[in-house]
Ligand binder design. Structure first.
Ligand code: PGA
Length: 257
């Protein structure tokens, strides 16, 4: 199975979000084999987009969450509220939030612990800066981010985790990593997750994100060790997103033969 996640970021109003969600649905209609598709609109559009997605094969996700279950936290939205809003997935640790919203490793870890008390699937973003990569420390850096995010997190038989490897230098720059970079990193990510859970197995998907578009998606998706893609900019362009879904479908059909 391949997973395609659209992170709409701070784009689209409610009406535009609904129209775009309908466009995504049109592009999956009539296809039996489909990747898992998750779209993550802004908080304001979640409930209207949810109505569009009910009983379809496109799931709803949120882009962020607060660090507490409930309480006096003005402006925050808790994971319980996201659950209530119909989200099945939530992105945490995105580099934009790490950089601009003080989402430190400690905060990401607290969020992981809250998510595991719900049925939501965490989409944990990790990734190094250009300087860290140039210094040859990318693998170590990412392994440390995973270790910090998963420290003390308990899982059960039905737990699922998506890790998105998103090198910061590839996000929104048009300069994606190579599939070889992602494959090499995914080995380390899988090891780090295994270590963090003491060998206890978890349903783990490792996806790539950073300047994925309709043209380059196939080269990532066709790699067996890359379980999917997390798409920002191209996820709000319907033709690009359609092409990415089609690439996922093609790979799944080819690999099941
Ligand atoms: P991008 O963003 O596809 O626009 O590079 C990816 C992300 O931030 O998740």
């Amino acid at each position: 199975m391949k997973t395609i996640i659209g992170n709409w970021k701070m784009h689209l109003g409610i009406r535009e979000s609904v129209a775009h969600a309908r466009g995504v649905l049109r592009s999956v209609m009539g296809h039996e084999v489909l990747p898992e598709i998750v779209i993550c609109p802004s908080f304001t559009a979640l409930s209207e987009v949810r109505k569009v997605l009910v009983r379809t094969r496109v799931a709803l996700g949120a882009q962020a969450m607060g660090t507490e279950r409930f309480g006096a936290f003005t402006g925050d939205v808790s994971v319980a509220q996201l659950d209530d809003a119909g989200c099945g997935f939530v992105i945490i640790g995105h580099s934009e939030r790490r950089a601009m919203n003080a989402e430190s490793d400690t905060v990401v870890n607290a969020k992981m612990k809250l998510i595991t008390q719900t049925s939501l699937v965490p989409v944990l973003c990790v990734g190094e800066s250009k300087d860290v990569r140039s210094a040859g420390k990318a693998e170590v850096f990412v392994a440390q981010q995973i270790e910090a995010a998963l420290r003390g997190v308990t899982i059960n038989a039905s737990s699922r985790l998506i890790v998105a490897y998103e090198p910061i230098w590839a996000i929104g720059t048009g300069l994606s990593a190579t599939p070889a970079d992602a494959i090499a990193m995914n080995v380390g990510i899988r090891e780090a997750v295994k270590k963090a859970f003491g060998g206890k197995s978890i349903a783990l998907s490792v996806v790539y994100g950073g300047s994925v578009n309709g043209e380059n998606a196939y080269q990532f998706l066709r790699e067996p060790s890359i379980d999917g893609v997390l798409v920002g900019g191209a996820s709000i362009k319907i033709h690009d997103f359609e092409a990415i879904i089609a690439a996922g479908r093609d790979v799944m059909i080819a690999q099941s033969v």
